[in-house]
Design a protein around this ligand. Structure first.
Ligand code: MD6
Ligand code: FE
Length: 203
């Protein structure tokens, strides 16, 4: 990475109250294509479950959860146990650690089959996540719009997440901003997203 790249990378997409950095190309198109095909084939994809207002919802979007240890991860009133890293996920984790200068001990993967699937407004500030820790999100497949909304001012910031790109959220972002992947009628291809994060451990 040259000086100009690192200066570009230092500009946050958010105007205040958090830091979000977008790296448009961390994998070449052929590398990204190969990773996407392998993830679609090898990951243990499962439908996601959530309990909302006491009702159990099963999503079409699929998820998977991998980590250094069989961490229990709880969100939306459901709990999952991390699977051990595959060789491919270990390689992608190293790439993301090199790009971001941070380390991660787990990864939540999402598979959106087409633009009809998205993710609602949320922030990732569960108690078992490291406070203000970086969360790095690698995108593969269809290009999708991704939005941030400030919790108080309601200001919205949007970015297009390209095939082979990396989005990093740091600092106060989760405390002050929500984010979502809006559904769209324009996209007919799948997208896979890998969010590398740090779960608190007691040692
Ligand atoms: C997605 N991403 O890109 C959903 N969360 O499909 C997230 O919810 C996300 O991209 C925390 C940090 C980065 C992310
Ligand atoms: Fe998130």
């Amino acid at each position: 990475m040259d000086l100009f790249d690192s200066l570009d990378d230092a500009i946050s997409l958010l105007p205040c109250d958090g830091d979000v950095f977008y790296h448009e190309v961390v994998l070449s198109a052929p590398e990204a294509d190969a990773h996407l095909a392998q993830l679609l084939a090898d990951i243990e994809w499962r439908c996601d479950e959530a309990v909302i207002f006491g009702k159990r919802i099963v999503t079409r979007r699929k998820v998977a959860w991998y980590g250094d240890r069989p961490f229990q991860y709880t969100y939306s009133n459901t709990s999952k146990q991390a699977l051990p890293w595959t060789d491919q996920l270990r390689a992608l984790k190293s790439l993301v650690e090199r790009e971001t200068g941070e380390t991660y001990n787990s990864c939540l993967l999402n598979l959106y089959h087409d633009g009809s699937e998205g993710m609602a407004w949320h922030s990732d500030a569960e108690i078992d996540l490291k406070r203000d820790g970086a969360i790095a999100s690698l995108s593969l497949g269809a290009c999708r719009k991704f939005c941030f909304k400030h919790k108080v001012s309601k200001e919205v910031v949007a970015v297009q997440l390209q095939h082979g790109s990396l989005l990093v959220m740091k600092g106060a972002t989760q405390r002050h901003w929500l984010h979502r992947l809006p559904p769209t009628k324009k996209v007919h291809e799948p997208r896979v997203n890998l969010t590398f994060r740090t779960i608190n451990t007691t040692d």
